[in-house]
Design a protein around this ligand. Structure first.
Ligand code: GRG
Ligand code: 1GP
Length: 436
């Protein structure tokens, strides 16, 4: 050992000491996951899970969006989901359930990379996938990026840079230590969690402590995916929260009301994660808009649409109101839901008519800009606040531009070499299409 090695080791120890002091004793918060995120919406890129047409309105009340899911997720539908969320103005992080869901594009677009490590699954789900991911990043993803961006770099420098970039990517990621308590979920199947692996509150607390103090996981995640954990989950959250000092504690599973969200937050969760209740908004509006198309004129004014919604939709029992009620800070979810559902019906009727007219004129060099301005005219979002109207207009304009960008650079980024239209991506992920 040279004296340089010794000095470097001493520096390393001092750095670790300072970091531990900051975590445990000093009045500073070094966890990169914000403490004030109380509500996270999980958007699943799986094609069967749809987004509401005016999703930026719903998402503007959540603290952050997580992109990820366990079934039928791949790099292409993950990249498409990030493209759609780009203009939605909310922090978006990526939670891959497989190493190859991480690509240069998702790294560019995600505010955070959050890597699951399952504390009560098999070793494949704790370290196997992580090893596969590290190999893929070091030997494929980073060298490919370097070849593209710095083609003149000599081979020896490529190796050293790939080593550094891989370690940096992992050091910069946050780790989510999962305790999966619903053996019937896709997450449990993915991580080989069986009935016999479910943990008592005390065992969950002990593994949470190992996650914080040994694995240095920024997050401990109590996961009941698809089902509500109730009193058992509350007892477990109470036990885990009492032992964590630095890691955040998240709860996910079956949250579909204010009462359930508050119960888990009161039990000790820092954040509740909501997945299915958000996607159910899209399923509901598809059916609602079909009914509206039979009953209303495409140019129906805002008051006519509001009246139709009031007479035909039980807003208090709607999926839109249920999702909004899960967000602790969202004021009057029922009133918001009524406003958003009316705006959705009106927007869809207008865009549908706009698309039909544009299709009729194909070959007449249609002026997309003028069409959009007409379709998204100043009166379209009467009933929404100015900020909401501006957000939705910006988002829809971006979507429609992308949907018309067939064959251009905007559509050419698809990874499999094919060039399906951006139209297809929009149609796949939204519950409603614009075609008549
Ligand atoms: C290092 C790199 C680039 C990647 C690592 C990739 C890793 C480690 C992936 C972990 C894969 C794994 C063990 C997934 C377990 C499943 C899990 C915890 C999924 C999260 O739950 P959701 O997917 O949201 O649940 P549902 O789909 O059931 O709602
Ligand atoms: O879909 P739900 O049941 O809301 O669960 C959310 C999340 O915990 C899934 O990973």
């Amino acid at each position: 050992m040279t004296s340089f090695d010794g000095a470097a080791r001493l520096l390393g120890r001092l750095g670790r000491g300072a970091s531990l002091a900051a975590r445990t004793a000093l009045p500073v918060d070094t966890n990169p996951v914000p403490a004030d995120w109380t509500h996270v919406t999980k958007v699943d890129p799986e094609d069967a899970k749809k987004l509401p047409l005016l999703y930026p309105l719903y998402l503007r009340h959540t603290s952050a969006v997580s992109v990820g899911g366990s079934a039928d997720v791949n790099a292409a539908n993950t990249e498409e989901t990030f493209d759609l969320l780009g203009p939605a103005s909310v922090p978006v992080f990526h939670e891959p359930s497989g190493p190859r869901h991480v690509t240069p594009r998702t790294r560019e677009q995600a505010d955070l990379l959050a890597i699951p490590e399952v504390l009560n699954g098999d070793s494949e789900s704790l370290v196997g996938q992580l090893g596969e991911g590290a190999e893929y990043i070091r030997e494929e993803m980073v060298p490919e990026m370097l070849r593209e961006r710095l083609p003149w770099l000599p081979a020896f420098a490529t190796g050293a840079l790939a080593d550094f970039a891989t370690s940096w990517l992992l050091a910069d990621a946050v780790f989510e230590a999962y305790v999966i308590q619903n053996p019937d979920s896709a997450a449990a199947r993915e991580a080989n969690v069986a009935e016999s692996d479910l943990l008592s509150p005390r065992e969950a607390k002990q593994r949470g402590m190992a996650a914080e103090r040994h694995l240095e996981s920024e997050l401990v995640y109590l996961e009941y995916s698809g089902t509500y954990g109730g009193d058992e989950a509350a007892e477990t959250l109470d036990a885990i929260s009492e032992s964590l000092t630095w890691s955040r504690l998240w709860y996910g599973g079956g949250i579909d009301s204010r009462k359930r969200a508050e119960a888990m937050l009161d039990a000790g969760a820092d954040t509740v994660v909501v997945g299915d209740a958000f996607h159910r908004v899209a399923d509901e509006e598809a059916e609602l808009c079909e009914r509206a198309a039979d009953a209303l004129d495409p140019d129906a004014d805002p008051s006519a649409v509001r009246e139709w919604v009031a007479e035909n939709v039980a807003v208090a029992d709607s999926n839109a109101a249920a999702y909004l009620a899960t967000i602790p800070g969202a004021p009057d979810p029922e009133r918001l839901a009524r406003r958003y559902l009316s705006a959705t019906v009106r927007t869809w009727l207008r865009l549908r008519a706009h698309r039909a007219a544009a299709d009729d004129r194909r070959g007449d060099r249609p002026d997309l800009g003028a069409d959009l301005r007409r379709a998204l005219g100043p009166d379209l979002f009467d009933g929404l606040s100015e900020a909401d109207a501006a957000l939705v207009r910006r988002n829809l304009t971006a979507l429609l531009r992308a949907s018309r960008a067939d064959g251009t650079d905007e559509a050419a980024h698809r990874r499999d070499g094919s060039k399906p239209s951006a139209d297809e991506a929009v149609a796949t992920h939204l519950g409603l299409t614009f075609s008549a």
